[in-house]
Design a protein around this ligand. Structure first.
Ligand SMILES: O=C(O)[C@H](O)[C@@H](O)[C@H](O)[C@H](O)COP(=O)(O)O
Length: 237
């Protein structure tokens, strides 16, 4: 039987501002529900360039931010204030205005080896409340999401649904610097899983991703072809 991507819901918007407002509203609703239910909530966001507008809207959204913990789905192993550090992006564009009160938990990136950074990050993240309530993924034009890069040295482990690590290091030609990433099972445990993509080029990559199920070729397929958590795809031109 041919495998199909089940539970993929597409939400398309006329422009990127409208998308940011809608996605921020969805995230806010999920976080409010979790705060009401258990007194706190966890949000995992992506780095890269796409989330800037979303972070701007979110930072001004009325959420009980002092009860929210923010983490990243992946991080580049660079100093915390490096221009390519995802944590710098989050600190500068999300953790301000109303969201200045959120708790941010960063990956460890200062140790000597990728493995040591991953182990320490795993330890740090073990202290969070799991599952993560809301996850916002991005996607590269090579079909990577989080740091699940085609050809990544730990890709098979990161996509292994039964893997017991939440954080793994990842090296790949297309990745630039070595990365740290949450694993697929850690991401899929969530209540709200969004894939945020913009532009015609990424729409074409997404359609290609949906047209087959080999995740080692196009890793975002691992998120699309699973039956644990529905995926909400937010797209604007
Ligand atoms: O650290 C990162 O780079 C990411 O978290 C990554 O998975 C990102 O979401 C995509 O690469 C899309 O990046 P752009 O938004 O810059 O296209």
């Amino acid at each position: 039987m041919e495998e199909t991507a089940r539970g993929v819901h597409r939400h398309s918007y006329p422009d990127r501002d409208a998308l940011a407002v809608a996605l921020a509203a969805g995230i806010a609703a999920v976080l409010a529900g979790s705060v009401a239910e258990k007194g706190q909530a966890t949000l995992a966001v992506s780095g890269g360039s796409t989330p800037r507008k979303l972070f701007d809207v979110l930072s001004r959204t009325a959420i009980e931010w002092d009860r929210v913990t923010v983490i990243l789905v992946d991080e580049r192993i660079v100093p915390a204030d490096h221009e390519r550090a995802n944590q710098r992006l989050v600190r500068e564009t999300l953790l301000r205005d109303r969201a200045a009160k959120a708790h941010f938990v960063a990956y460890e990136t200062s140790l000597a080896s990728p493995g040591a950074n991953a182990e320490k990050s795993e330890e740090i993240f073990a202290g969070l409340s799991w599952p993560i309530d809301a996850v916002v993924l991005g996607m590269g034009t090579d079909g990577h999401t989080a740091s699940f890069f085609p050809g990544g040295d730990r890709l098979a482990d990161a996509l292994d649904a039964e893997h017991n690590s939440r954080v793994l290091p990842m090296q790949a030609e297309g990745a630039g610097e070595t990365r740290l990433t949450l694993t697929l099972p850690a991401l899929l445990e969530t209540k709200f899983l969004a894939l945020h993509i913009e532009g015609a080029e990424k729409a074409a990559v997404f359609d290609t991703a949906l047209s087959g199920s080999n995740a080692s070729e196009i890793p975002v397929r691992a998120v699309l072809y699973q039956d644990r958590t529905p995926v909400h795809v937010f797209w604007a031109p």
